[in-house]
Design a protein around this ligand. Structure first.
Ligand SMILES: NC(=O)c1ccc[n+]([C@@H]2O[C@H](COP(=O)([O-])OP(=O)(O)OC[C@H]3O[C@@H](n4cnc5c(N)ncnc54)[C@H](O)[C@@H]3O)[C@@H](O)[C@H]2O)c1
Length: 263
């Protein structure tokens, strides 16, 4: 059996309390990693951290932070480096979709989406990369979206997720010589399993994220004709984060959505 060699690794998962982030936290926990879960939702994060310990995490530390402010992202990552000495893996999972027809969106929404999708990814990565460069080791996995390929109602979010992919590729080029790998994963639609979405999850904000029509259409256009689950994304993240499995994989973007989009 392939040993992913993630035990004892210091793994930061942003937005790790709910849904996809929670699945990623669980997956690293099963690899006996030391997981740092950064989230705004203390209640849900503590639940997920307890689940991580039950699943075998070396430890699971919750750091509360509002990642919609770039300064908070930088401060939080600096705190991680100060507390643990370095970061082995940063999973830039935190993001936020706010669908809407372009002509109805406003500059305030664009600004919020920029902060919550691309700025948070840049700010967290910048601090982690300082430490990774110095150690000549490290790994970044960004969670993007198939919306980056062009989807109605998702123009601003999709543009920012395309930015996440481009940023990740640039990091791979700029930091590869320092032993750092960086890759991106785009999930298909992942509905939270029961109990998987906390109060601050996008799936609990009271408005429909996607219409029932859009959901059905997406599944019908998916080669495998089945929905994606958080574990599907988490497995791809584990593969990319593991130097044992993906030593020579960097600057790549994987869509994990049952074949909805194919490059
Ligand atoms: N679920 C999907 O169908 C899907 C599809 C494509 C891409 N994505 C991307 O995957 C990632 C995770 O999506 P998800 O569905 O699990 O999201 P989610 O909304 O269910 O979870 C996001 C997490 O972020 C936390 N959070 C919210 N606001 C915060 C803030 N200001 N500061 C810190 N933490 C905050 C929430 O508490 C939650 O734990 C996002 O980047 C999203 O854009 C999701």
């Amino acid at each position: 059996m392939l040993d992913l060699q993630l035990a004892d690794r210091i793994v930061v998962v942003t937005g790790g309390a709910s849904n996809i982030g929670r699945g990623i936290v669980h997956a690293f926990a099963e690899q006996q990693a030391l997981v740092v879960l950064v989230d705004i939702d203390e209640h849900k994060a503590k639940q997920t951290a307890a689940e991580a310990l039950e699943r075998g995490a070396r430890d699971c530390v919750f750091l509360p932070a509002d990642l919609s402010e770039a300064e908070n992202c930088s401060r939080t990552l600096r705190n991680v480096v100060d507390a643990f000495g370095h970061v082995d893996v940063l999973v830039n999972n935190f993001g936020w979709g706010d669908p809407g027809l372009l002509l109805r969106t406003t500059p305030d929404q664009w600004q919020q989406l920029w902060q919550m999708n691309l700025a948070a990814t840049i700010a967290c990565s910048q601090v982690a990369l300082q430490s990774m460069k110095a150690r000549h080791a490290g790994n970044i996995v960004a969670i993007a979206s198939d919306a980056a390929q062009g989807v109605p109602n998702q123009s601003v979010y999709g543009a920012l997720k395309a930015g996440v992919i481009a940023f990740t590729r640039s990091v791979a080029r700029e930091f590869g010589r320092f032993g750092v790998r960086a890759n991106a994963v785009s999930p298909g639609i992942v509905f939270p399993e029961a109990e998987a979405a906390g109060a601050r999850s996008v799936w609990n904000r009271g408005a429909t994220v996607l219409t029932e029509e859009q959901i059905q259409a997406t599944i019908e256009q998916t080669a495998l004709r089945r929905p994606t689950v958080a574990r599907d994304i988490a497995n791809a993240v584990l593969f990319l984060a593991s130097d044992a499995a993906a030593r020579q994989v960097t600057g790549q973007h994987f869509s994990v959505g049952g074949g909805w989009w194919m490059p």
